[in-house]
Design a protein around this ligand. Structure first.
Ligand code: IPE
Ligand code: IPE
Ligand code: MG
Length: 250
């Protein structure tokens, strides 16, 4: 197979000179239900406490000067859960964007929502759009909230967008390259995650950032998400600093 020079330069490499500080931390916030079950509490209580952990983590990431933090809040597959749980999760997300919006804005956080918007309830959609609008010019932490997000679904959408451009004569099939795909993802222009943290002990990706994580470092932590905080984030970043990344080179 022949490849153009352009194709070789596309895997993003962390921006910090010594590579010890990640530019982009992505988190699969898992284990709320088990946290609650362990304590004989309803799952909703686990999700509420998970929201507290989220607040602490955002604050810590922002104070550490991490440029990008991605949070997996609701996957495309989470609709398979019981109606009550889905409705509880939607309610909590709305509460989060409403209650925390001003605080995030004050902290200079730029919020970006990634995921499928079609099919979302109009109130949630308008809350999300309002959040993005208010914070779009902030220059601190960029917080990506993956909501109704699936990595494979994102690739299907990018493929459709490319096919449309081919049909419209704007793009030639033989010219399609890595950048053409990257530019059509929700994360266009954002560096790939340097580190992906998953809490709860599960060791899988569950359809998170499929394209973007090919060279990410993975940390699977044996704590449930409600027990995660700034200290845990620090420990994870220290571990990241000890990893050797090669990106296929030597
Ligand atoms: C993560 O916790 C929250 C979401 C997926 C929205 P879970 O609800 O998956 O908790 P467990 O995995 O059942 O413990
Ligand atoms: C992944 O967790 C999705 C989020 C954290 C939002 P799940 O709990 O849905 O993943 P599986 O089902 O255990 O793989
Ligand atoms: Mg789970």
């Amino acid at each position: 197979m022949t490849q153009s020079a352009d194709t070789h330069a596309q895997v993003s490499i962390p921006s910090k000179e010594d590579g010890s500080m990640p530019s982009h931390v992505a988190i699969i916030c898992d284990g709320n239900g088990r946290w609650a079950k362990q304590r004989g509490l309803p799952r909703l209580e686990g999700h509420r406490r998970g929201m507290e952990a989220l607040r602490k983590t955002i604050q810590a990431a922002s104070e550490l000067g991490i440029p990008y933090l991605s949070i997996f809040a609701f996957s495309s597959e989470n609709w398979r859960r019981p109606v009550q749980e889905v409705s509880d999760l939607m309610g909590l997300l709305r509460l989060f964007v409403r209650r925390d919006l001003n605080d995030l804005h004050k902290r200079n956080v730029r919020v970006k929502i990634i995921g499928e918007r079609v099919g979302l309830e109009s109130e949630i959609l308008s809350d999300l759009i309002k959040t993005e609008e208010l914070t779009k010019d902030n220059t601190g932490l960029t917080l990506l909230i993956a909501f109704n997000y699936g990595g494979r679904q994102e690739l299907v959408a990018a493929t459709q967008a490319i096919a449309q451009d081919v049909v419209a004569g704007k793009l030639k099939v033989e010219d399609i390259n890595l950048a053409d795909i990257e530019q059509r993802l929700y994360t266009a222009g954002i560096p790939d995650p340097d580190i992906v943290i998953r809490t709860s002990g599960e060791q899988r990706i569950s359809n998170f950032l499929t394209w973007q994580t090919v060279y990410s470092e993975f940390l699977f932590l044996p704590v449930f998400w409600p027990d995660f905080d700034g200290e845990a984030l620090n420990v994870a970043i220290e571990e990241y600093g000890r990893r050797e990344r090669r990106f296929g080179g030597l």
